[in-house]
Design a protein around this ligand. Structure first.
Ligand SMILES: [Zn+2]
Ligand SMILES: [Zn+2]
Length: 268
């Protein structure tokens, strides 16, 4: 009798959790870009028209260090003038108006299910890159931000990705302890200074001797991921790679580094 009661109790809660999951991640058969019905369920949920709005960054037309889009393979002025702590960073596509509106909807208007599409997008890119990775780590957000938003966008994307590529995911390795506000108004050096000390590796044992892949939604100046890489390297990570969904073009950034030299060869 007691057992029967217990089973009923468990199945009740299982139903509740399943329902909560369905609300968070509905079986979407609409295009994430324009809302048109899709003929079938797709991993990357875009119609044929919206698919064309994604500007993929190819390996032969990007900065070989930070992955920003360039006319041809080169080292972008940003990487020439600033120390990058990661070994290599890549992004799936350009952060154009289409991607900016999608990511804003995902992050600020509470659409966590969009992480499925973004996770599949970075999985495709990862298969092209063939990085030797031991561990996946999403860029953390502060506890305060987590409370406000309800989820960490990088963590949701990383979860889908880790499952796809069958690699271990560790969300409790780096902590972001303080908020870095108004990053968008700062140049790279100011961002670096602002972000310095906000990240802390709380589980050093997990990282030592490993190749770590850091996941983020948007790569802008790279100051955030470079700071993550810095603390990971201090914790003895062997290599640190970065993979993001979208990357702002070096030339789209409001206030690039003051040290910039020649840019004529690089505009994309
Ligand atoms: Zn569409
Ligand atoms: Zn670069």
């Amino acid at each position: 009798m007691e057992n029967k009661k217990e089973n009923k109790f468990i199945s009740f809660w299982k139903r509740i959790f399943k329902r909560a999951d369905e609300i968070m991640f509905p079986a979407n058969i609409k295009c994430l870009g324009c809302g048109v019905d899709l003929p079938e369920k797709r991993e990357i949920e875009f119609c044929d028209v919206c698919k064309k709005k994604i500007e993929y960054i190819s390996e032969d037309k990007c900065c070989s260090l930070c992955g920003t889009s360039l006319k041809q393979k080169n080292i972008c002025p940003h990487c020439q003038n600033n120390k990058r702590e990661f070994d290599e960073a890549r992004s799936v596509c350009k952060y154009n108006d289409f991607m900016a509106s999608l990511i804003a909807k995902f992050k600020y208007h509470n659409h966590p299910y969009m992480s499925l599409t973004f996770g599949h997008m970075i999985s495709q890119k990862f298969k092209e890159l063939k990085y030797d990775v031991d561990l996946i780590v999403p860029v953390p957000i502060t506890k305060k931000r987590m409370k406000q938003r309800g989820f960490n966008q990088a963590e949701l994307i990383a979860k889908v990705f880790a499952k796809n590529v069958n690699l271990p995911l560790c969300c409790e390795i780096i902590e972001k302890q303080t908020e870095t506000s108004h990053q968008a108004d700062l140049d790279y050096e100011e961002r670096q200074k602002n972000i310095l000390g906000t990240f802390k590796v709380v589980n050093k044992k997990e990282v030592a001797g490993k190749n770590v892949l850091v996941i983020d939604d948007v790569f802008t100046t790279g100051a955030t991921t470079s700071a993550c890489a810095e603390v990971l390297k201090k914790a003895k990570a062997k290599h640190v790679y970065v993979l993001s969904v979208a990357s702002t073009s070096y030339f789209d950034q409001k206030k690039p580094s003051k040290k910039v030299v020649k840019v004529s060869d690089f505009a994309s």
